[in-house]
Every structure is written in C-alpha cells, then in structure tokens.
Ligand binder design. Structure first.
Ligand SMILES: [Zn+2]
Length: 467
C-alpha cells in the first residue's frame, strides 16, 4: 500500500522532506535544511531513518534552502537517482546551494578563529565539493503540465507564485492499476503582487493534500507597500542612517528593488546606493529575462526613450561578491540600503552588517520574511534589546520595522483562497510547514469554512495513502 512519511516541515517551517512509497519505489519530495532552534538544526546532522541509497527519485517544489538545502548531505550519504525540477528551480538551486556551502565555510573559519561556537570543533554541514555531485543529478522537468517520473509516479506542476520556479505539485501514484492523487502545495505565494504570477490551485480532485501553513494564524499587515517603503526610506535618510534588509539576493530582493526603482523614478525618495551583498551576487535581471514564463515584467536593458529602464535595478545599484567588497560596505557612512542574507539572520554576511549598524539609532532594519522560532530574526521581531553576533551581545538601538507586505508567503486568508480552488474535499489533508500554533489555527479555519477535516503532520510519522 502507498504511504507517506513526514521527514521534515512537521511542526516547524523548515526541513521540508516527504517520502512517498508505492509499487516498491521511493520518491522524495523536497530535501530541505532545518533552520532555527539548535534542536532543529541538530536534525541536519542525523542520518535519515531510511538509507538514501534506497530512494529512487527526488522532485523539488522550489529552490529555497528549507526545501533543497539538505541535498548535498543526501547525495553524500548515497542517493544516486535523478532530482527533477523545472529550469528556473534548477538554476536557483545551484546558486543557493553554492552560496550556502560557501557561507558555511566562511562561518566555520570565523568560529575557529574567534572560538564562539557551541561546538568544541565547529565544522560545516557540507562544503562546495559536496554541492557539485548534486548539480550533476539535477534533471529538467517541464514548468507546467504533466511529466512521467516513472511508471509509478506522474507529476503535474502549477505555478505557486512564491519565487521564480515555485510550484505546487500534483502527483498521481499508480500502484497496480489503482490511482491516488496527492497534491503538495509547496510554499504558496501572494495574490495581486508585482512581478510573479498568481498562485494557481491544482484543479484536480486530490485524494490527499499536503498543505503549508506558515501564516496559518496570521494576516499580513495592511497598507500600501510602496507608500510604507517611501516613508521609511525618507525617514532614515533624513536622519543620516542606513537600512539593512536581511534577504537572499534573489526573490524578495527584486520586490524591494522594483518598488525602490518606481519610487526613485517618481522622485518620492532620494537616490541612495543599494548594495546587494552575496558571494553569489549576480544580475537577477538576467535570471528574470531567462525565465519569462514565471513573471509579468517587461524589461528594457538601457534607459530607453520612453524613460523606462530595468525595473529590477535602482539607479545606484552595487553587487558585491568578495568578502573584501562586503567588508568595504562598513566604510560607507552616508545613507545606503544593504540587502544581505540570510533572511532570518541565522547566518551569512548580514551578521557583520548588523553588528556594525544595530547599535546606532539612526539606522533601521526591515524584516520582511518569515522569522522562524529560535532565529535572530525572530528575536529582533520580538523586540530583543541585544543580539548575539560573533559571540558578543550587540545592543539593538536601530529602528526595527516589520513589513509583512513584502512577504513571499500567503497570509491566512490567501491560504484559504488557494484551498477554495479544489473542486472537492480531499479524503486526507495534512498541514505542514508551520509552527504548531499556525497549523492549529489553519486547521480550525478549514474546519469552519469548508467543514473539511485536516490533521497536522507529525515529524517522522508514516501515514497510509488513499485508504
Ligand atoms: Zn519557500
């Protein structure tokens, strides 16, 4: 009988990994890293309860590290099968994994040097050498429509509107002539946002639904994002401060860039330098031009006679790649905007930017993404007076601004809107990718709105499918 095991994103928002077993074959959906509390991070170091050599196929919903960041360990531990993903996801996964390995190395070196790790002998979970074999195993599948992974598994992809390439997957399991349709929501994005297309609910009658619940207990703040951004930029620049935005170079960064560019062109904000600081810094414009199927932007490379330019690039735009270039930003004393990973301040170069800029009340930090339990981002969100950076308690004097309007995740009512697209009630629904309060709140809302029973996924639980 077909079954499903929750190997991650059960009771938390990270570590997405789902194992489907049918007809003697094993398919892994997503292979994410656990992030947040030390208890969660410790799971990254433990082997899977099943031998990776016995997994036959893998497929990805999107490139974020909490869905792909454990692939180097899976492959190092013996997984040799294909990893299917659409072209944009493959390209982004390559960028993200290399970035992740590189940053882990930088951090491990720092931790040895400055002796601030909780481990006696700090080491990286993986290195750039572990990433290369993963890239060899990535195999292209179509952006939309159906695709046969094997005789047992057929997959169809639907735009999830979350990041470039993000999909909801409808998997049809064929076991001895019996078909079971399992829908994985992936991460669901926002309706009515610029750049990305709208989330699309798979139009099938799902037998089993695995649905994310990140913001299952919350709506995003109201308010026009453009206006709010203009206010904060003007406020901070006027007092001579700078803004740090923890975010990865691709994704939300482009939403910020898009609004900043518009505000500059409308002369609603002054032109200030914007630094996108990442070892993998690259022109996001190239990526968006290559994957036109994912968004509805129109590009003009150079400022044209119509006055339009590249909508994803502000006038004073700097990409910084090397560690030296990154450190050089510390010398910038005039107002600027620095966008740097990681989005939850759990690591990466944003740490040194914050160490320098947090103690000064002139500066501001914009938190736009989900901040998981146990991360420094969550501590800032909850009003921490100091932040532990490089083994030191750094005072938090800068203004901390939460801007949920820029979130890449559906809020509660958007999740319900996505769910309302199903033509019939799934026989089994499991809520994943949410902290317990969020999953519980969404469970209640689904019951109330649709009279439909949903259960929360439990870590390492196995459930029979199509019963
Ligand atoms: Zn995501």
């Amino acid at each position: 009988m077909a079954k499903l095991t929750f190997l991650g994103a059960a009771g938390c928002v990270t570590g997405s990994k789902y194992l489907l077993e049918a007809g003697g074959k094993r398919l892994l959906v997503d292979c994410g890293l656990f992030q947040g509390t030390s208890e969660l991070k410790d799971r990254n170091w433990k082997p899977l309860p099943i031998d990776p050599k016995t997994i036959d196929y893998a497929v990805l919903t999107h490139a974020h590290l909490d869905h792909t960041g454990w692939l180097p360990v899976l492959v190092r531990d013996g997984y040799r099968g294909p990893i299917f993903a659409n072209p944009a996801t493959i390209e982004l996964t390559e960028i993200l994994l290399k970035d992740s390995a590189h940053l882990q190395e930088e951090e491990t070196k720092q931790a040895w040097k400055k002796k601030y790790s909780r481990h006696e002998e700090p080491r990286s979970l993986y290195t750039p050498e572990d990433v290369d074999p993963v890239l060899q195993q990535l195999k292209t599948m179509p952006r939309s429509g159906g695709f046969d992974i094997s005789p047992e598994f057929h997959v169809a992809s639907f735009d999830a509107g979350h990041i470039l390439g993000s999909s909801s997957l409808e998997l049809t399991i064929n076991e001895g002539g019996k078909k079971i349709v399992v829908v994985f929501s992936g991460d669901i994005g926002r309706y009515g946002q610029p750049i990305l297309k709208e989330p699309t609910t798979p139009p099938s009658s799902a037998d089993v639904l695995i649905c994310e619940s990140t913001y299952g207990d919350r709506e995003h703040q109201d308010g026009n994002p453009e206006e709010l951004l203009a206010q904060i930029v003007n406020r901070v620049v006027k007092r001579g401060g700078s803004i740090v935005i923890p975010a990865f170079a691709i994704g939300r960064t482009q939403t910020f860039m898009y609004y900043l560019r518009q505000l500059e062109d409308q002369q609603r904000i002054p032109r200030v330098p914007v630094y996108v600081d990442s070892p993998m810094a690259l022109s996001a414009t190239d990526l968006y031009m290559k994957h036109k199927e994912d968004h509805d932007l129109e590009f003009a490379r150079e400022e044209g006679s119509d006055g339009k330019g590249d909508p994803l690039s502000v006038h004073e735009f700097h990409l910084t790649r090397s560690a030296e270039e990154s450190k050089a930003i510390n010398k910038v004393k005039t107002p600027c905007i620095i966008i740097s990973a990681s989005g939850m301040v759990s690591g990466g170069r944003v740490l040194h930017h914050l160490a320098l800029r947090l103690p000064d009340a002139k500066n501001a930090v914009i938190l736009a993404g989900f901040q998981a339990e146990g991360t420094r981002g969550r501590a800032l969100q909850e009003g921490a007076k100091t932040l532990n950076l490089f083994g030191q308690a750094v005072p938090v004097c800068a203004e901390i601004v939460e801007m949920g309007q820029f979130s890449a995740h559906a809020g509660k009512s958007e999740l319900l809107r996505w769910l309302s697209g199903f033509p019939a009630t799934p026989k089994q629904t499991y809520l994943t990718h949410g902290e317990p309060t969020a999953a519980q709140a969404l469970q209640g809302a689904i019951q109330e709105k649709f009279r439909w029973e949903a259960a929360w996924a439990r870590y390492l639980d196995t459930v029979p499918l199509g019963t």
